[in-house]
Ligand binder design. Structure first.
Ligand code: PSU
Ligand code: MN
Length: 323
């Protein structure tokens, strides 16, 4: 028996068994995405936003080598207190084998959420194609093969949005513009240059319908929901901060998995917190929308997950799951 293990918090396990709406949340934004003390506050805020809209939050991360869905308050505090690693797909196994703590990226969170049987996930901006050659986030690989509705505000604005959208197209990931027709630009409402999207949805039920159709067709990709932030930062100032942040990153030699956290931190400093305020705002909006989509899916009656399980490792909803 393959020894795939994820610990699912008991209250979450019950919600999943009942077919209640659940929203997965990532933890790299908590461990690496925001300057302290924003990380921990944010984690609690996002969970509250999900609850306020009728769903159960499931923040995912690695604690003492254990992959956990539904981190407890002390576990969140532990992750936010510094020193945690950043776990994406290529180092998730190493991270658990070593027994350490780690925030999970979009990619690793998608994987874990799917193992747990969760269908909806909210984040801020996804990873994608960096401007530096040959740096492409594993988020793209995970979105190509993990069937969750993933709500974001587009690719993080430190990336090449256009190249990221092309990769998503190649991978067959449907990108749904929520109440919008072009790709969201993370800190900016729209990505530059303007990138039209193939599908638009104006209500959570419409997103749920696309998700159901994707499942019914046996397509393995995520449904990526692009939810533009309502109030972004000033685009001209943003361009200046980003150029400076890129120079800072070059000077510091920040690349590989350090690149994203470094650039976000440099932007926060250069913008005197403006990018952080926008980031917090869009994260909250995305958690709210994800909760409404999870509620719409649950109202279908069909626990879509039970209906369309393919023969991949299918964990039961115990506290410890072995597939
Ligand atoms: N969005 C944010 N802040 C973040 C991230 C996304 O608003 O910190 C994180 C996510 O966890 C995403 C990761 O998966 O950055 C991408 O990192 P990389 O480009 O190294 O794959
Ligand atoms: Mn990378």
């Amino acid at each position: 028996m393959a020894d795939v293990t994820i610990r699912i918090a008991p209250h979450l396990s019950r919600a999943l068994q009942d077919g209640a709406p659940v929203v997965a949340l990532e933890s790299t934004v908590v461990t690496h995405g925001l300057p302290a003390p924003h990380g921990l506050e944010l984690a609690h805020d996002l969970e509250a936003a999900v609850r306020a809209h009728g769903a159960t939050p499931a923040t995912i991360g690695v604690v003492a080598g254990e992959l956990v869905a539904g981190l407890s308050a002390p576990e969140l505090e532990r992750l936010a207190s510094g020193g945690a690693d950043k776990a994406t797909l290529w180092n998730l196994a190493a991270s658990t084998a070593r027994g350490g703590d780690a925030g999970t990226t979009v990619a690793a969170t998608l994987h874990a959420a799917h193992l747990a049987g969760i269908e909806v996930f909210a984040t801020g901006g996804i990873g994608g194609v960096h401007v530096a050659p040959f740096d492409e986030s594993a988020d793209l690989a995970a979105l190509a093969r993990t069937p969750l509705v993933t709500v974001c505000s587009g690719p993080k604005s430190i990336l090449d949005a256009h190249a990221t959208l092309e990769r998503l197209e190649t991978a067959g990931v449907p990108v749904v513009g929520y109440a919008s027709d072009a790709l969201a630009g993370f800190h900016l409402p729209l990505a530059e240059p303007n990138a039209p999207l193939p599908i638009r949805a104006d209500a959570p039920e419409e997103v749920a319908a696309v998700h159901r159709a994707q499942r019914a067709l046996g397509l393995p990709q995520a449904i990526l929901v692009s939810n533009p932030v309502d109030e972004g930062v000033d685009p001209v100032a943003y361009r200046r901060w980003l150029d400076a942040a890129r120079r800072d990153a070059d000077a510091a030699g920040a690349h590989g998995k350090e690149a994203t956290p470094f650039l976000l931190q440099a932007l926060a400093e250069r913008s005197e917190g403006a990018t952080v305020r926008t980031n917090l705002r869009l994260l909250r909006r995305n958690a709210e929308l994800a909760a409404r989509i999870a509620v719409a899916l649950a109202h279908d009656g069909v626990p879509a997950r039970a209906a369309d399980r393919t023969p991949d490792p299918s964990p039961s909803h115990g506290t410890d799951v072995h597939a």
